[in-house]
Design a binder for this molecule. Structure first.
Ligand SMILES: NC(=O)c1ccc[n+]([C@@H]2O[C@H](COP(=O)([O-])OP(=O)(O)OC[C@H]3O[C@@H](n4cnc5c(N)ncnc54)[C@H](O)[C@@H]3O)[C@@H](O)[C@H]2O)c1
Length: 339
């Protein structure tokens, strides 16, 4: 049966990829795409599907507006991607992160409580668990305690707590996914991979934090979208699922991949001071989603990253106009916080 699916943060990186993924794999459903179009949101990310979805320009912290949008038709699914998502910006402007990520999520939950929804899915991050030592042998499990270390990860942790509270207190059928670092097309050129690619394509330096051995677990955005769709349809309400790959790479290894694929000189790599609270490493134990739902990542890291690099090389018209919208550059933010 055709469903009404609300996607918040739909004009962002993962949200827009998710809309495209859901559209292609579940064509009978109606997608209501909500986005406040902040500096990081871009309606052009939805250009190829805009005639097939309902787009609503609105802020998730606006309760009256959310009631209007979610109350005018029966809603089967709400997937919440809407967030302030850039860790470095959170160091400078923590309030906007707590406002959108915690209070915005709570407003959505409250509206879902009033109108009734089939499923509320919260898109969360590995960063809520804090960080791991570089030589740690363990990975974060769904039972690991939350130990966020930055305003961004603390605000995402607060949102997850609100989601669980609404499930336990009001019986809202929720699921949560905590995911590793995503890469793919349409990622705003402030995040490390598109920053490196667009800088290399412009002959500018690639700013690496001093802890160049710090590493991340990487996942293709399409694999992430497939996992979320599966959790929504087959996951157990009240449960949390980790979405990871086990494939790690340091920031310097990512820089080398970019330079190698584009034939750019190694001299473009530069070291900048570490961001305060810069996490060393995250790694998710994702055996639950494999075992319970049969999900597996399908894109090998190097292949997926190379494909992403080529997408940016071929889509200058998409990213060049965005450069002036960036609120922060990794070269300058450190001195800004120290003023
Ligand atoms: N990018 C990753 O690697 C990653 C990993 C794990 C989890 N996540 C989570 O996935 C979600 C999406 O991340 P992303 O990388 O696509 O971020 P993004 O910054 O590209 O997109 C966020 C979108 O939310 C919109 N938005 C912001 N505030 C809003 C508000 N108040 N009301 C409505 N819309 C608003 C923005 O306009 C933007 O379109 C976030 O919740 C993030 O925490 C991201």
């Amino acid at each position: 049966m055709a469903r009404n699916v609300v996607v918040t943060g739909a004009a962002g990186f993962i949200g827009s990829n998710f809309v495209r993924y859901w559209r292609a794999t579940r064509p009978g459903d109606t997608i209501i795409a909500i986005d406040a179009l902040t500096y990081a949101g871009n309606i052009k990310n939805l250009a190829d599907v805009q005639d097939e979805i309902i787009f609503v320009h609105a802020d998730i912290t606006d309760e009256r507006r959310m009631l209007d949008v979610l109350g005018c038709r029966p809603i089967d699914v709400v997937v919440n991607f809407a967030a302030e998502s850039h860790n470095s910006l959170a160091v400078l402007e923590p309030s906007r992160f707590f406002g959108t990520n915690v209070l915005g999520t709570q407003v959505l939950l409250e509206v879902c409580r009033r109108v009734g929804v089939g499923r509320f899915h919260q898109v969360s991050t590995c960063e809520v668990y804090g960080d791991l030592a570089l030589d740690a042998v363990e990975a974060f499990t769904e039972q690991s305690p939350y130990r966020p270390r930055t305003p961004y990860s603390a605000s995402k942790a607060g949102a997850d707590h609100a989601v669980r509270a609404y499930h336990n207190t009001y019986g809202i059928p929720v699921t949560i996914s905590n995911c590793a670092n995503n890469y793919g097309p349409y990622q705003f050129p402030e995040k490390v991979l598109p920053l490196f690619i667009t800088n290399a394509l412009s002959g500018r330096s690639l700013p690496m934090y001093a802890s160049t051995r710090n590493r991340r677990e990487w996942i293709s955005v399409t694999d992430h979208c497939a996992a979320i769709a599966l959790i929504i349809e087959r996951g157990t309400p009240g449960e949390t699922y980790h979405v990871g790959t086990g494939e790690e790479a340091s920031v310097e290894e990512i820089a080398d991949l970019v330079l190698g694929e584009l034939g750019a000189p190694g001299a473009l790599k530069t070291v900048v001071p570490d961001r305060p609270g810069h996490d060393r490493r995250y790694l998710l134990d994702h055996r639950r989603i494999e075992r319970d739902l049969g999900w597996r990542p399908t894109t090998p890291l190097e292949e997926g990253v190379r494909e992403t690099i080529r997408w940016y090389r071929d889509h200058r018209d998409w990213w060049e106009p965005l450069l002036t919208r960036r609120l922060i550059t990794e070269e300058t933010w450190f001195s800004t916080t120290r003023k």
